[in-house]
Design a protein around this ligand. Structure first.
Ligand code: HEC
Length: 192
C-alpha cells in the first residue's frame, strides 16, 4: 500500500510536469487526418487490452496463453495474425505465416532496407498511404515493441511444467521490455 501511494505521488508529479503547456511539449508531432487518428487510437486500445489479457494469463500461470498473446496480439504482423485467428486459421497456419513474415523481415534487413515493409500498411492502425509517411523512428519503435513481445513469448515458451520464481521473473522482464517501448514511443511522438 505504502509503495502504491508513493508511486501515485511520483506519477502525479510527472504528469503535472508533462502537461504544463503545449509549448513545453517537445514530443514530435506526426500530422495525420482524423480518420487515421481514430484508427491509431483504436489500435492502441487494442494493445492495452492485449496487455491486460497477458497479465491475466500470467496471473493464472498459463504460459502457453502468455506466449500466444505475445506472438499473435503484440508481435510482428499482429493485425494480420489476429485477422487470421478470427477467420479460424489453425496453429500450423499461424506458425507458417509467422515464419514467412520473419523471412521477409530478415531479407529486408539483409538488403539494408529500413523503410516500411510491404505488409506494414496496417502498422498501428495507420493505413498504407499514411504508413509510408510515418517517420522512420516511429516505425522502428513499433518494430521494437513487436520484437520485445516476441522475446517475451520466447521466455514464456521456455517455462517448464512447474514454473519457478525465476521463470516468472524472466517472463516479467519480457513484459517490461514491452511496456518500456509503449512508454518510449509515447514520450517521443504525438498526433494531436
Ligand atoms: C510506435 C509508437 C507507439 C508504440 C510502440 C505504442 N504507442 Fe500507444 N500511442 C502512440 C501515439 C503516437 C499515440 C497518440 C498520442 C497522442 O497524440 O495523444 C498513442 C496513444 C495510445 C493510447 C490512447 C488511445 C486513445 O484512445 O486515446 C493508448 C491507451 C496507448 N497508446 C496504449 C499503448 C500501449 C499499451 C502500448 C504498448 C503495448 C503502446 N500504446 C505502444 C504511439 C505508440
Amino acid at each position: 500500500m505504502k509503495t502504491k501511494t508513493m508511486l501515485a505521488a511520483i506519477v502525479a508529479v510527472g504528469l503535472s510536469g508533462a502537461s504544463a503547456s503545449a509549448q513545453d511539449d517537445d514530443r514530435f508531432l506526426i500530422e495525420v487526418d482524423e480518420a487515421t487518428q481514430a484508427l491509431l487510437f483504436a489500435d492502441m486500445r487494442g494493445l492495452t487490452e492485449s496487455l491486460d489479457n497477458l497479465m491475466m494469463a500470467l496471473a493464472e500461470g498459463d504460459f502457453e496463453q502468455v506466449a500466444r498473446i505475445g506472438e499473435i496480439d503484440l508481435g510482428y504482423g499482429h493485425v494480420k495474425l489476429q485477422a487470421m485467428v478470427e477467420a479460424g486459421a489453425t496453429d500450423e497456419q499461424i506458425t507458417a505465416m509467422r515464419a514467412q513474415m520473419k523471412a521477409n523481415r530478415e531479407a529486408r534487413a539483409a538488403a539494408g532496407n529500413t523503410g516500411p515493409g510491404p505488409g506494414m500498411g496496417a502498422l498501428f492502425g495507420i493505413p498504407v498511404g499514411v504508413g509510408q509517411k510515418m517517420p522512420d523512428d516511429f516505425r522502428l519503435m513499433g518494430q521494437a515493441m513487436h520484437g520485445s513481445a516476441e522475446d517475451m513469448a520466447t521466455a514464456a515458451r521456455a517455462v517448464g511444467e512447474t514454473p519457478t520464481a525465476a521463470d516468472y521473473q524472466a517472463v516479467l522482464e519480457g513484459v517490461q521490455g514491452i511496456t518500456g517501448t509503449c512508454v518510449a514511443c509515447h514520450a517521443t511522438f504525438r498526433v494531436r
